[in-house]
Design a protein. Sequence first.
Lengths: 218, 213
Amino acid sequence: MIRLILLVAQKDLRIERRSRVLLWQVAPFGLMTLLLCGLAVGPNASTQAKLAPGLFYIVVMLVALLVINRTSQVESSRGTATSVQILGIDPGAVFLGKALAMFIQLSIVGVALLAGTTVLLHVPLDAAFVTLPVLLLASATLSMAGVLYGRIAASSANAGTLLPALALPAFAPILIAGERSFSSLITAGPLARWVGLLGLASATYACVGVLLYGALEE
Amino acid sequence: MAVASLGDVVVTTGSFPLLSGVNLTLESGTTYVITGPNGAGKTSLLRLLAGLETPSRGSGSVLGFDLCSAQRRELRRHVGWLGHETSFYADLSPVENLQFAARTTGADVELIPSALERVGLTHRAKVPLKSLSAGQQRRVSLAWLLVRRPQLWLMDEPFASLDDEGRALVSELIAAAQASGATVVLTSHGALPAEIEATSIVIVGGRIDEVAS
């Protein structure tokens, strides 16, 4: 099972490395959106820092949608889908492998965006640094949810527009928990329950994905 | 010995029937050609035999795997598929695609170079699939059949998108599959090359109209 998960993840990452969509399209989009958020909030540094956690996680969500859409597209043509289906790979391994690849991609962009918040939204560097583990947990949750919703949307002819409609409501708890955690780290507020919520969401999506991904593939 | 047995199988998409009451037995080591007009259900029958379609009624088994249960997924690992639109990952090279397929299914990775040589793709083995022509992409799928060595070959319009050399190659591979005792089922709109002897299955409107040697 672990070998299959790594093979699937390695394949998805190789495709990404070959296409460079993450480097040349997704990451610049995220940074540009962050810059626009800063401009929209205005020049006051303390206001920017106060709103930064929420703005940061909204940008992470938008970036996640792009990554999910891209990952789903790779196997969306009927020929490729059938060729992959006929391999009969354990669906649980496919789900976890794709989620692992997406987690790595989201984490890379997330770290770049987090660095961007220190420059563009005046977040203290130490707060940005200590929120990194929470960001990684949020990225893992988004990845697993993203693989599921990407698979559901891929079965529709209008996958590009269906995906945000399906995924964004489901991402709301992740957005809230991520934003509250980030804010708590800046203001030294309560943190445990928000991290706990992210952990619970992550575990739930992992179980649901392993159990249901095969049915979604069919 | 029967490799596939279908009893009154119905396959639908939504409320539209793709196959209606199909009864069919396929014998081991035999080559079959499914013919019929457009939309008759040729590809649906092939997909059913590959475990890619779920019967909504009736019963059936292929290579001992029940088509009406989760065994369909296991069946897929034992059939070779050359689809009408067969294609692996466009951003990966033929070698990378075949390595991924072999490693995830337990096939012998060592067979990949000789398979690519057999289909005439050694010189294009490391370029992305998307830079190959449709015919060359089908050759990659043929190479996968050579690596996989399935007991049951399912080929949807195998001569489509191929030049004369490609058609000769497909004929050669089908002959090799026949010689190894594998069962071959293919769909075709036109006449088959003279060297392929096949039992004809005529399908019309989702129903088997005739089976004739």
